[in-house]
Write a protein that binds this ligand. Sequence first.
Ligand code: UT7
Length: 332
Amino acid sequence: MTKPYKAGIIGTGSTLPETKLTNLQLEHIVETTDEWIMKRTGIRERCILDKEVPLAKLAADAAAKAIEDAGITAADIDLIIATTVTPDYLTPSLACCVQKEIQAARAAAFDLNAACTGFIYALQVAQEFIKNGTYKHILIVSAEALSRVTDYEDRKTCVLFGDGAGAVVVSAVSQEYGIEASIIGAKGEDGGVLTIPCCYWNDEDLEKRNEGKVQVIWMDGSEVFTFASRIMAESTEQVLEKSGLTPQDIQFVFPHQANIRILQNAAKRLGLSMDKIYSNLEYTGNISSASIPVCLDEAAQKKLLKKGDKLVLVAFGGGLTYGAVTITWSKN
Ligand code: UT7
């Protein structure tokens, strides 16, 4: 019997908006300080998408870069999976808008919402389609404009979030490379600790928010923090075990970029030094599902990744959701 195909990342791309919102600027917007934000989160600045630019434009830009990096054309893409919690429209989906922008005429397209874990969920879905031979080239584009659902009168959340887009092309790779194992999971019973109402809200949702603000992020930061610190380490351990690897086999962990203290806690629990934990959140803030593909593209651009490197990608987020992937890097 022939072995199923293995799925790997053959191209990466990312785009961050040029407009920056710094901690010093935030000091004039809410009662906060650069010192508090740096010490409690590790974030110095975040990127903000201009109001008149659709998110689809940013997403398409990152997607086009990933397709070029993969050495294929948009016409080769069979499926587009877009991950986002801030689509321009509920319909057409972000994936369909990207399809139109990049002219990937043959591609099927749908959105996937697993909040900050969206990219990991999408990788798992893409992997299944590649492994069973249904599709040859799948574009995952993770794009977020969290500034559009942030309450800039709520200092507990507005210092955290930013905008950006990252994309990858997932295709069949030879057996010694690609995705080794993955896990995804959810704890819907705890979903109320991080919410963004869309087409429905109740009195409790209104009470939690500042008056006149409805479709904005509300978060119980310390509950999410506790969940995140535990689940990042547990998910990493589980996916390593599933792939027969130990933390020492790993060249880099690419974690969801939410708070430097969460990354430090996870590294400590895993017995890893911080130089193995890739982080860019100082200059991006938390860009939800876009954070891991943006980091991957940055690391690839900086030539930090070598063919054969073992990587862990791990995320947690609203839902609550979580997931992790081990991957043997297949690009030079
Ligand atoms: O992508 C997934 C979603 N998000 C996350 O992963 C975020 C997870 N949570 C966190 O990163 C942290 O919980 C936060 C950064 C949100 C908050 O940090 P913390 O160390 O847990 O602070 P805290 O909520 O316990 O608040 C401590 C104090 C409070 O003052 P009092 O009540 O002790 O007087 C807050 O009002 O810090 C105050 N505070 C601030 N002070 C200055 C909260 N936000 C700010 C602020 N500037 N921006």
